[in-house]
Write a protein that binds this ligand. Sequence first.
Ligand code: SAH
Length: 358
Amino acid sequence: MSALGEEIKALIRDHGPISLERYMALALTHPTHGYYMHRDPFGASGDFTTAPEISQMFGELIGLWAAEVWASMGAPNPVRLIELGPGRGTLMSDALRAARVAPNFRAVLDVCLIEASPMLAAIQHETLLTAGAPISWAAGWREAPEGPAIVIANEFLDALPIRQYVRGPRDWRERVVTLDEKGALTFALAPSAEPYIGARAEEGAVLEVNAIAHRLVYAIAERLAKQGGAALFIDYGHTTTGFGDTLQAVRSHRMVDPLSEPGTADITAHVDFAAMARSARAAGAAIYGPIPQGDFLRALGLDQRAATLARKGGPQQIADIEAARLRLSGKGEGEMGALFKAMVVANRNLPPPPGFQP
Ligand code: SAH
């Protein structure tokens, strides 16, 4: 068992079962043993690959998206460009390079990266050394600088800890992490019911609630409603709230048991976009989407960008660009175009953002 696994077992032995939310938070961001804290999880040699790591086109299109949104905001000076969970900094690097075509936007940019992991923050620093924009780091949204803002979050909400509730014969019970007779980590149901959950479902149905993401999206929306701007969320998830267990753990590009060796696998859950939209609307913001990632990227000009890049490349590069274009926007198995969704939360005075225009 991993060091973190031993620590969690001791915690449960001393204090009783813990919520899935607590377990996921420890597994991902425990200061010394959390999954993200001391490793670079991305790419072929890592555990998973994200859209910006597949192709420069992803970040480039988002950089141009941001420049257009800024113009539609009335070109505020300065404007905060805030990214939540920037990974290796690849998206931001590609976005800033593409935004060179909008020098007025580039000139007033103040970039802030929200990152929990000191290791990934160091990699972001390296990646962005020559980006030519002022960049600061913060550990949480609350520390992000005030003012009109454009917020970007790719595969961030899915990493925030969820709670799960399971429908029993009579009532809903929270799913907790506890120890079995042999002392191994196992899932169980809490002894007491959650009588305030009114959702009707068959026995065994699983209800997922991401209160941390709800609060974050509410806080972002509230600020955008007051101070101006828009936030782009891209993640894998569903457009309507439903039942189902979407918790998954991935190590070396393979699904593993979320309770095995905590701290050594990425743990995520699908984003409930409808729930996130309710949160943002309650805070007074406008919502656009969610729409399939493939539709969003194509509306921003993915196919044209791919064609332009291919013109400069040799046969191998042309094949790579086409493979990346399909992986990002295709809607078949193993492709991200339909599974991933894009949603924008914006100040109500803004026109529909690029990609969401009717
Ligand atoms: N957006 C990047 C990385 C996605 S992985 C990409 O698309 O490649 C999730 C990112 O969020 C990582 O950078 C991780 O360290 C960060 N992260 C996870 N939980 C976080 C939290 N609670 N607060 C801040 N950053 C967090």
